[in-house]
Design a protein around this ligand. Structure first.
Ligand SMILES: Cc1cc2nc3c(=O)[nH]c(=O)nc-3n(C[C@H](O)[C@H](O)[C@H](O)COP(=O)(O)OP(=O)(O)OC[C@H]3O[C@@H](n4cnc5c(N)ncnc54)[C@H](O)[C@@H]3O)c2cc1C
Ligand code: FES
Ligand code: FES
Length: 493
C-alpha cells in the first residue's frame, strides 16, 4: 500500500492523518490553506471552490472547479489541486506574490468587500478563465464586433457567467464580480496552469486508505470493483459525492467502507452507435454536456437547470439515478428519452428500461453489489422536446415539479409521446394516461387542452414546503400548454 497523497499547489501532501471521511475542505484548512472557506458545507455557496486537474474535453487536461466541502480528500489521492493561494505567483523573497489575472480583476473592479466568498469566486472564475475555446466563443469569425457576441450571460471575452452560478456573495453584490469576470483576457503562453492543460491529466490511482474501522477504497477496474462490492455489499459507493458529501456533513453519516467509482474507465465512456447513445454512469454532467455539445437537445436543456456548474463538475447520472430520489432532474428527462440502464455486477450485465427501474420511494430493482454502468438512449430522437423545471429559483434549486416531453409529430398528428415526471409521486414516473391522450391525435389546442386535464391528474402530488399538491397539479397542465405554445410559435415564426 502506498501513502495516499494529493499534489496541492504543486506540492505533494500526504492525506494522513485525515480520516477517510475528511473533506478536501477540512484537509486543506488543517494544512494552513485557509483561503478555502466553509460557508454552508452542503454545496450551496461555493466558498470552498478549488481547482482540480481532470481529463479534458478539448485539451488533455481541464482545470475544473469543484466544491471542496463535498469531496472526501481520499477521493483525490494522486490528483492535483490548486487553491486560491496557489493561483498567485510567488516572487523573490521579501516581495509580495503577483496576483493571478482573475484575482487582479476582482481587486481592481471592487469585486471583494468582506472577502469571505472571494477565494471561492476566484477559483470558479479561474476554471472558466482556463476553459479551452472560451475566447474563441467571443472571437467574431465573420467580422462582428466581439461585444455583439456577448449576451446577458456571456461577456465579450466569452466568459460564461454560469461558471459562477454556484458562488454566493453576501455583501459585495454581483455587478462588480461580473465586471471582473467579463474583463479577464486570455492566459499567456508562459502561464503554468495554461501549459498544464497540454499535458496528460493525473492518472487515477488505486487507493486503500484506512483508519481505525473505516476505509476509502478505489480499484483500478470495474471487475475488481464489482468483486469488492460482492464481498462488501454494505459498502457505500461514491461517484461525484455531491449527494454523499451532504449526507456526511449535514446528517453526520459515516460508512465503514466507501468505494469510489468515479474514475473507472468502464463507467466513463460516451459512445454514439447507429441505434443508441451510451453514456457512462460516472461521466460528470459537465463532461456529458460538453461532449454531446447539443446532440441530445433534451439533455442540453436539462444541464443548465441542474444545480450549479460547481455541482455539475462532480455530479454524475449514476449518482442522480443511484439515490432513487423522486425529485432528481435526470429521471424525467431520461424517461422521456425512453432510456435504459446497463446494470453490472460480478456475474455480468443486464439492461433494464428506466421505466421499470424505480420500485418505490428511493427503491429500485438494483441489487446489492450492482452498479449502474451506463445509460442507453435509443436513436433516432423524437424531434419535439422540452424540459420544464418548476422551482422557486431559476438556477441552482431543487424541483417542485419537473416535466420532460419527447414527441414525434408528423403531418400535424402526434405519432409518439413520451412524458417523464418528477416530484409528483414516490418515484419518477411516465405520464402514461397523458401519452395515450396525445398519441394518434392532432397536435391542436383542443387535443392539448384535453390532455392537459389528464396530465393534471397524473401521479399523487403531495403538499410540502416547496409547493402544494394543487400547485404541482396545476403546473403539470400548464407545462403541456406551454410546450404547445412554444411549438406553435416555432412553426409560425
Ligand atoms: C447544492 C446542490 C444542488 C443540487 N441540485 C440538484 C438539481 O438541481 N437536480 C438534481 O437532480 N440533483 C441535484 N443535486 C443532487 C446531486 O447533485 C445529484 O443527485 C447528482 O447527480 C449525484 O451524483 P454524484 O455522482 O455526486 O452522486 P454521489 O453523491 O457520489 O452518489 C449518490 C448515490 O448514488 C449512488 N451511486 C453513485 N453512482 C452510482 C452508480 N454508478 N451505480 C449505482 N449507484 C451509484 C451512491 O451509492 C450514492 O448512494 C444537488 C446537490 C447539491 C449538493
Ligand atoms: S462550503 Fe458552501 S459550497 Fe462548500
Ligand atoms: S465579499 Fe463578502 S460575502 Fe462576498
Amino acid at each position: 500500500m502506498t501513502e495516499a497523497r494529493i499534489t496541492v499547489n504543486g506540492k505533494e501532501t500526504p492525506i494522513s492523518p485525515a480520516a477517510p471521511h475528511t473533506t478536501v475542505l477540512d484537509f486543506l484548512r488543517e494544512r494552513g490553506l485557509t483561503g478555502t472557506k466553509e460557508g454552508c458545507a452542503e454545496g450551496e455557496c461555493g466558498a470552498c471552490s478549488v481547482l482540480v486537474a481532470r481529463p479534458g474535453v478539448n485539451k488533455p487536461t481541464d482545470w475544473v472547479a469543484v466544491n471542496a466541502c463535498l469531496v472526501p480528500a481520499a477521493a483525490l489521492d494522486g490528483q492535483e489541486v490548486i487553491t486560491s493561494e496557489g493561483l498567485a505567483t510567488v516572487g523573490e523573497p521579501g516581495t509580495p506574490p503577483a496576483l493571478h489575472p482573475v484575482q487582479e480583476e476582482m481587486a481592481v473592479r471592487g469585486g471583494s468587500q468582506c472577502g469571505y466568498c472571494t477565494p471561492g469566486f476566484v477559483c470558479s472564475m479561474a476554471a472558466e478563465y482556463y476553459r479551452p475555446n472560451r475566447c474563441a466563443h467571443a472571437d467574431p469569425a465573420d467580422g462582428a464586433d466581439s461585444a455583439e457576441s456577448a449576451d446577458a450571460e456571456h461577456g465579450p471575452n466569452g466568459f460564461d457567467l454560469h461558471a459562477l452560478s454556484g458562488n454566493l456573495c453576501r455583501c459585495t453584490g454581483y455587478r462588480p464580480i461580473r465586471d471582473a469576470a467579463f474583463a479577464v483576457g486570455e492566459p499567456t503562453e508562459d502561464d503554468p496552469l495554461a501549459q498544464r492543460r497540454e499535458q496528460s491529466p493525473p492518472a487515477p490511482v488505486a487507493t486503500e486508505y484506512a483508519q481505525d474501522d473505516s476505509a476509502f477504497l478505489r480499484k483500478d477496474t470495474l471487475a475488481e470493483t464489482l468483486r469488492l462490492l460482492r464481498e462488501r455489499p454494505e459498502a457505500v459507493v461514491v461517484a461525484g459525492s455531491t449527494d454523499w458529501g451532504v449526507e456526511v456533513n449535514i446528517r453526520g453519516r459515516r460508512a465503514d467502507c466507501v468505494v469510489a467509482i468515479d474514475r473507472l474507465p468502464e463507467l466513463r465512456e460516451l459512445r454514439v452507435e447507429s441505434d443508441h447513445i451510451e453514456i457512462g454512469a460516472a461521466l460528470t454532467l459537465t463532461e456529458i454536456e460538453r461532449r454531446l455539445d447539443g446532440d441530445v437537445p433534451l439533455l442540453a436543456e436539462l444541464f443548465p437547470q441542474f444545480a450549479s456548474r460547481l455541482i455539475r463538475n462532480g455530479a454524475t447520472l449514476g449518482g442522480n439515478l443511484g439515490t432513487g430520489s423522486p425529485i432528481g432532474d435526470s429521471p424525467p428527462v431520461l424517461l422521456a428519452l425512453d432510456a435504459a440502464l446497463v446494470l453490472a455486477d460480478a456475474d455480468g450485465e443486464r439492461e433494464v428500461p428506466l421505466a421499470d427501474y424505480f420500485t418505490g420511494y428511493r427503491q429500485s430493482v438494483r441489487r446489492p453489489g450492482e452498479l449502474i454502468r451506463a445509460v442507453r438512449i435509443p436513436l433516432p430522437l423524437s424531434p419535439v422536446t422540452a424540459f420544464h423545471k418548476i422551482a422557486k429559483r431559476r438556477f441552482d434549486d431543487i424541483s417542485s415539479v419537473a416535466v420532460a416531453f419527447a414527441l414525434d409529430i408528423e403531418d400535424g398528428i402526434v405519432r409518439k409521446a413520451r412524458i417523464g415526471l418528477g416530484g409528483v409521486a414516490a418515484t419518477p414516473i411516465r405520464a402514461l394516461a397523458t401519452e395515450a391522450a396525445l398519441e394518434g391525435r392532432p397536435w391542436s389546442a383542443e387535443t392539448v387542452e384535453a390532455a392537459a386535464r389528464v396530465l393534471r391528474g397524473e401521479g399523487t402530488p403531495m403538499d410540502d414546503h416547496r409547493a402544494s399538491s394543487l400547485y404541482r397539479s396545476a403546473m403539470l397542465g400548464q407545462s403541456l400548454r406551454k410546450l404547445h405554445a412554444q411549438t406553435t410559435e416555432a412553426v409560425s415564426s
